[in-house]
Design a protein around this ligand. Structure first.
Ligand code: SAM
Ligand code: SF4
Ligand code: SF4
Length: 379
């Protein structure tokens, strides 16, 4: 029997990067993709269900693998240094290619698109991409950002058709925040970005805070206190074993129930029903009417059963799970003479055979297996 992670022996702090970004273009996956593209569309509903009966509702698109932060849990400085080989420009999907793929996914049932990265606001003229995606119609178009450039960009993004924004913010005290982003970025600038987003009409905002034991659990209650009554929803995220570089250990995870208990002691909470099936955050409201918070218990209470998310990496590979070791090279099809219908057939076929449920079967051995980094696949 595999041992559960709660009992594993701590691993070394930083695990060297295994570059698995190219793995998807080779071999069986590529052959499957091309074969599926050329098959007639499957009979019945054009909206595919995966092998566990899950629909395809959400698409996360990583628009860049670069970032101006070096968050300790995501892009540790000693791995993502000056010499790190980020993707060259020619390998990155163009706005036209992204929009074309997005349109194909919308035809397969996607209702929600989130732009992410790396840091999406580093991609030049991102508002142009927002405009192109918004013109597809009938999609909930959102973006996750570290907020560093948000004060400058919020209005243009809103005018281009962005509906809402999620800002990552792991602490309010400047010392802890600078240590978490590890590039000495001041928290005041992110707070300015949040205000600008609100003023531009990108509200209500979600504020994502990853909690890492020993680093920022003391920031939980101050974050809750600060945003209580603001209309913004803080979501506390359990630190996950994504990728290989962050040196994840189970004893770095602060379980969601502990986070809720800490806040509940100061501001009594009551559970709230999910807005929709598949919502990743568990919702809690302040009993005195001060708004709500969310907790994302991806480690201690897995939610794979309702996972309707696909991810498109910066270079156009389709991943059906955040913890996958390789993806399907859609860029190859986009840059060859395949029609939208053919690419749609291929995506549907990939989705139909999807059986991912990594978080439900996480064991002591799994964190060591190869898989892609979050900054590349998109958080
Ligand atoms: N750079 C943008 C940002 O930080 O908001 C977007 C990309 S980032 C990869 C997306 C989200 O993933 C952020 O909210 C970040 O805090 C979260 N994240 C990154 N690494 C994580 C980890 N190891 N465990 C849990 N969440 C993580
Ligand atoms: Fe950059 Fe976001 Fe990762 Fe932090 S979490 S390093 S801001 S991509
Ligand atoms: Fe979805 Fe994979 Fe996360 Fe499970 S582990 S919720 S299947 S992304």
């Amino acid at each position: 029997m595999p041992r559960l992670l709660t009992s594993i022996i701590p691993m070394a702090t930083v695990i060297p990067l295994t570059d698995v970004r190219g793995a998807a273009s080779a071999g069986a996956r590529d052959a499957f993709l091309r074969e599926a593209a050329c098959m007639p569309a499957a009979e019945g509903s054009p909206l595919p269900l995966d092998a566990r009966g899950r629909a395809l509702h959400d698409l996360r698109i990583s628009v860049t693998d670069r970032c101006n932060f070096r968050c300790v849990y995501c892009m540790p400085k000693d791995v993502y240094g000056r010499d790190f080989p980020f993707l060259p420009h020619a390998e990155i999907l163009t706005f036209e290619e992204i929009t074309r793929v997005a349109n194909i996914f919308v035809g397969l049932g996607v209702q929600k698109i989130r732009l992410t990265g790396g840091e999406p606001l580093l991609r030049r003229r991102l508002e142009r991409l927002v405009e192109m995606l918004a013109s597809l119609g009938h999609i909930d178009l959102t973006l996750t950002t570290n907020g560093a450039l948000l004060a400058k960009k919020a209005r243009a993004l809103r005018d281009a058709g962005l509906a809402r924004v999620t800002v990552s913010l792991d602490a309010l005290d400047d010392r802890t925040f600078r240590a978490m982003n590890d590039v000495d970025f001041p928290v005041a600038r992110v707070l300015e970005g949040i205000d600008a987003a609100q003023a531009a009409g990108l509200a209500p905002l979600k504020i994502n805070a990853v909690v890492k034991r020993g680093r920022n659990e003391h920031a939980i209650v101050p974050l809750a206190r600060h945003f209580r009554g603001s209309g913004h929803i803080v979501r506390f995220i359990e630190y996950m074993d994504v990728g290989h570089t962050n040196g994840w250990r189970m004893d770095h995870v602060v379980p969601a129930r502990e986070i809720v208990a800490m806040i509940d002691r100061e501001f009594p909470l009551a559970p709230v029903d999910a807005n929709y099936a598949g919502e990743v955050a568990q919702r809690w409201r302040y009993r005195d009417g001060g708004g709500e918070i969310g907790v994302i218990a991806s480690v201690t209470q897995a939610f794979c059963r309702d996972c309707t998310r696909a991810r498109l990496s910066t270079d156009g590979k389709l991943y059906t799970c955040l913890f996958a070791d390789s993806g399907y090279d859609l860029r190859a099809l986009l840059r060859e003479p395949y029609s939208d219908a053919q690419i749609g057939n291929a995506v549907a076929a990939i989705w139909r055979r999807r059986a991912d449920r990594y978080s439900e079967i996480r064991t002591a051995a799994t964190p060591r297996e190869s898989r892609v980094e979050m900054s590349y696949i998109g958080g």
